[in-house]
Design a protein around this ligand. Structure first.
Ligand SMILES: Nc1ncnc2c1ncn2[C@@H]1O[C@H](COP(=O)(O)OP(=O)(O)OP(=O)(O)O)[C@@H](O)[C@H]1O
Ligand SMILES: [Mg+2]
Length: 320
């Protein structure tokens, strides 16, 4: 155990330590959590929570800024998960990255779930094959997780799909509150099993169904923002990638101006949270087009890929 994961180096009582470790298995997880959440989850006083979080932050070295050069090095070192399409990987800067939330939006059958399945397999590969040697946690809000389809995709790598299926934890989320709870309680399973990819497919369905209309908007926004914060904390605490999917809707304002456009659902509260946002659209047959439209470091580019029986694969060049 590294000093950074040694709770005994925090100057707090044994009982409080036990409660903290129950919820936050690493110092990093504790250090990146808002103290109010620690109070709620660990049922300890706000003074104890603030003290524990502050000490954890110090131990991790979060109290001091780092140089941009060091940040650059750290970002370069961040591993990525291949999508199994070179073109798609290229516009993503090498694949789906850890330490970030990557969102794919699109109409039905554009490939959002297929890509999620592919990533669940690919994350298990060794790093030289575009994986992270880790496992996946799939939070299924639409009841569309299909083990048979994951097995079909895995035949490109193995004769024994069970070996891959065993490394994918599936949590069916029945409503928005349940979805939030699954993510909040994910620390232990992630840490214990080396989960390096968390999928939420989809972010939108429960929130849109349970909080319709303007009256419900403030509550929905508030819940979504807290949910996003927890997901972001997981990416940084456990060096894992978060892949979320989102539905799309027509922007009614632009219909009036005659420029009707399709955009991801869930509005601003969620919209600012994913680090990279990608929009998928259908083309002919099995062809799909991905366009990055919002990222602090990736250009607005398009990639073509195919959904094949074997999984996600490269498409022909854009000017075919
Ligand atoms: N076994 C398979 N072999 C080839 N293509 C498949 C296979 N299974 C599904 N597909 C294709 O995948 C597409 C569906 O993609 P996917 O399920 O990822 O859609 P989605 O974007 O998640 O849609 P939704 O919004 O409805 O969830 C369909 O075009 C379907 O033909
Ligand atoms: Mg889907």
């Amino acid at each position: 155990m590294s000093k950074k994961d040694d709770f005994s180096s925090l100057n707090i009582s044994k009982e409080t330590t036990a409660r903290l470790q129950e919820q936050y298995p690493t110092i990093m997880a504790l250090a990146t959590t808002p103290p109010e959440e620690v109070v709620r989850r660990c049922e300890i006083s706000s003074t104890s929570a603030a003290r524990a979080v502050n000490q954890a932050r110090k131990l991790i070295g979060m109290a001091e800024p780092i140089t941009a050069a060091e940040l650059f090095e750290r970002k370069l070192a961040k591993p990525r998960i291949t999508t199994s399409s070179q073109q798609l990987d290229e516009i993503l800067g090498g694949g789906i990255t850890v330490g970030a939330i990557t969102e794919f939006s699109g109409a039905f059958a554009t490939g959002k779930t297929q890509l999620a399945f592919q990533l669940c397999i690919n994350v298990q590969q060794p790093q030289e094959m575009g994986g992270l040697d880790g496992k996946a946690l799939f939070i299924d809000t639409e009841n569309t997780f299909a083990p048979s389809r994951v097995a079909e995709m895995s035949y490109s790598f193995t004769d024994d799909p069970k070996a891959f299926l065993q490394n994918i934890y599936v949590s069916r989320a029945y409503n928005a509150d349940h979805q939030i709870q699954i993510v909040e309680k994910a620390d232990k399973i992630i840490q214990k099993n080396n989960v390096r990819l968390v999928i939420v497919d989809s972010m939108a369905s429960h929130f849109r169904a349970e909080f319709p209309g303007k009256d419900n908007l403030p509550r929905r926004q508030q819940m979504l923002m807290a949910h996003a914060e927890t997901l972001q904390r997981l990416t940084e605490s456990y060096e894992l990638a978060v892949y979320t999917t989102n539905q799309i809707l027509s922007n009614p304002d632009s219909i009036f101006t005659g420029t009707s456009s399709l955009e991801p659902a869930l509005g601003f509260a969620w919209g600012h949270r994913p680090t990279h946002r990608i929009l998928l659209r259908k083309s002919r047959g099995t062809t799909r087009i991905a366009r990055i439209f919002d990222s602090p470091e990736l250009a607005e580019r398009e990639a073509v890929f195919h959904i094949t029986p074997q999984g996600i694969r490269d498409g022909p060049p854009l000017d075919y």
